[in-house]
Design a protein around this ligand. Structure first.
Ligand code: PGA
Ligand code: ZN
Length: 421
């Protein structure tokens, strides 16, 4: 069976920050249509695939997508007409061959990703399969059963995701005791709901940041959110450390200075890598923290193995900007024993096949997987949920409010119902 690609068109759409992004429509000979849109990050890692933007200051402050639209519709599209959407790997190999450089400066990671994902979606529809089953089949992912990923919900955010909040970028609620797909979502969301009252009682504002999490401007330290989140867990009827735990994504590259020191402005502290690790170790002792992502900077290769050695038995030590869903950086991290888990974002790399390759390499080496939204321009596309379900990822990381985020949890619960998980 073949499902030949007949037509590929892109358009400029708005992402959640008003800044445009790219949506691509792939049509097959059999009449099937697949649509996919791609997000971009606010605190994007230095080694990620590049998002191609217009650079014309007269439109959308230089962030227009007309060049990308043109590239997809006029350059990439015509080159894939007639290719088989059912053969995702061959399609992606072709897309990669257009610009094999790791960061895709020439072709634009957003351009090839939107074609790769729209084609995958068209193929799934053409086969009459839910997207996660199609992804599992296409890549011969060898898990015998489905294990539903658990939600990791961002409930307080700072860093580049909010004005004048914490230096650390994200504080998340995650699931320790599994209650099943829907109940896991409920538990984490209830904490978000109760947290509003806890913050208000402290006199803080409850405005939200880019991911829909609270961003209290007057918060006094980077540690303080941990206290309030555990209080909200208790208020919601869950035991911190038993039912639920806290995950953190400090996004440390954002406050790591040129000389390698970590500047925690809110605490009036500048820490060395070793001091930063001790800071986390102390927090892990005192709170129900079970996961730390990007605790160190993307170039701090010497310190990552130290952190993983010290804490990796006890908690999840996860790379994001460090590894950028890139098999070469991931292999380096594996060789150095720098991490025991990886955050996966398809737009960090550029094609579905490369994303799955990173997942498979990680899983073959015993690493845990979290599939993630982006903090900046998100869209209502829910493909990351299907990817996470296909891969038996441990978690999905998504914000708790705003349509582009909740649509993903709604998709997760739909998959939970379908799979009876
Ligand atoms: P970003 O951040 O999508 O804004 O880059 C999210 C993250 O660091 O996980
Ligand atoms: Zn991150």
């Amino acid at each position: 069976m073949k499902a030949a690609i007949k037509d590929v068109r892109a358009r400029e759409i708005l992402s959640t920050s008003a800044q445009p992004t790219l949506e691509t429509v792939v049509k097959l000979e059999d009449g099937t249509v697949g649509v996919a849109s791609v997000p971009y990050g606010t605190s994007a890692g230095k080694y990620e695939a590049v998002t191609l933007v217009d650079g014309d200051p007269k439109r959308y402050k230089g962030k227009g997508m007309l060049k990308a639209v043109n590239k997809v519709s006029k350059v990439i599209g015509p080159g894939v007409i007639g290719m088989d959407a059912l053969d995702q790997q061959a399609l992606d190999e072709h897309l990669v061959s257009l610009d094999p450089s790791p960061q895709r400066e020439e072709i634009g990671g957003n351009c090839i990703l939107s074609v790769s994902l729209a084609s995958a979606r068209a193929a799934a529809i053409s086969k009459g399969l839910p997207l996660y089953r199609h992804i599992r089949e296409s890549f011969d992912i060898k898990h015998s059963e489905y294990v539903l990923p658990r939600p990791m919900v961002v409930v307080i955010e700072g860093g580049r995701h909010a004005d004048n909040s914490t230096d650390l970028q994200e504080y998340l609620v995650g699931i320790i005791k599994d209650r099943g797909g829907r109940e896991n979502v409920r538990a984490a969301m209830e904490v978000y709901m109760y947290l509003k009252g806890v913050l208000k009682a402290q006199g803080y504002n409850t405005n939200v940041g880019t991911e829909g999490a609270y961003a209290p401007t007057a918060i006094k330290s980077n540690e303080e959110p941990l206290i309030h989140i555990e209080q909200a867990m208790k208020d919601a009827g869950y035991a911190p450390g038993e039912d639920l735990g806290i995950a953190m994504d400090p996004a440390a590259s954002e406050f790591c200075e040129e000389d390698g020191t970590y500047n925690l402005a809110r605490d009036g502290k500048k820490l060395s890598s070793d001091e930063m690790i001790s800071y986390y170790a102390d927090l892990v002792e005192r709170y129900s923290i079970y996961s730390i992502e990007d605790g160190l900077g993307e170039d701090d290769w010497k310190a990552w193995p130290v952190m993983n050695e010290k804490m990796g038995q006890r908690i999840v030590v996860m790379g994001d900007d460090l590894t950028v869903t890139n098999v070469e950086r991931l292999q380096k991290a594996i060789d150095l024993k720098a991490i025991n888990a990886i955050l996966i974002k398809p737009n960090q790399v550029g094609t579905l096949s490369e994303t799955v390759a990173a997942i498979q390499l990680a899983q073959a080496n015993g690493l845990k997987i979290t599939v993630s939204h982006r903090g900046g321009g998100e869209t209502t596309d829910t493909l990351i949920i299907d990817l996470a379900v296909a891969a038996n990822a441990q978690s999905v990381k998504v914000g708790p409010s705003r349509g582009e985020r909740v649509v993903k949890y709604n998709r997760l619960m739909e998959r939970a119902d379908e799979l009876g998980l």
